[in-house]
Design a binder for this molecule. Structure first.
Ligand SMILES: Nc1nc2c(ncn2[C@@H]2O[C@H](COP(=O)(O)OP(=O)(O)OP(=O)(O)O)[C@@H](O)[C@H]2O)c(=O)[nH]1
Ligand SMILES: [Mg+2]
Length: 144
């Protein structure tokens, strides 16, 4: 069984995506610490935003078969350092979130994930209207 590590900045939508894919009610609850479930390791966005926590992400990555890196499409900045994907020894896929919102900028989010060294294609999705969720469900079903 392949677990997945979810990474991304604060509020990027990691927990919401996990709740949706686990068929749980999508309700907001700030992630405070590493959260292990059968399928996912969810973490607080601080672990990406504050470099002294990078080691926690790297340690967690040893327990998964792949990493899902989220970028909020409405954010004007990214927290991924250049080529961040290279610190992991696991496959890493890019997911662009919140594309239902009017200020979503998919092109900019794409360039942020490129900058992080994550290879295209990216999953483009929203938990609000479920756009783009089906391909992620399919990917999950092949891993688990
Ligand atoms: N409009 C919209 N809002 C979303 C979407 N995904 C998440 N949100 C909202 O964004 C906020 C943060 O979502 P979370 O899933 O808690 O984000 P997170 O990445 O787990 O954040 P941390 O736990 O703080 O690292 C919540 O209010 C969600 O309802 C989306 O696709 N569209
Ligand atoms: Mg969370």
């Amino acid at each position: 069984m392949g677990r997945i590590l979810l990474i991304g900045g604060i509020g990027a939508g990691k927990t919401s995506l996990k709740q949706m894919l686990m068929n749980e009610q999508v309700s907001y609850k700030k992630t405070q610490m590493l959260d292990f479930s059968h399928t996912f390791i969810d973490c607080p966005g601080e672990y990406l935003e504050i470099p002294r926590f990078y080691h926690v992400l790297i340690d967690a990555s040893h327990q998964v078969s792949e990493i899902w890196a989220l970028q909020d499409a409405t954010k004007q900045r990214t927290f991924y350092p250049p080529k961040f994907s290279k610190v992991f020894r696991k496959p890493i896929i890019g997911i662009i979130t919140k594309v239902d919102l009017p200020k979503a900028n998919i092109q900019q989010a794409t360039s942020f994930l490129n900058y992080a060294g994550i290879e295209e294609p990216y999953y483009i999705m929203s938990v609000r209207n479920e756009e783009g969720v089906a391909p992620l469900r399919l990917r999950l079903s092949t891993l688990c």
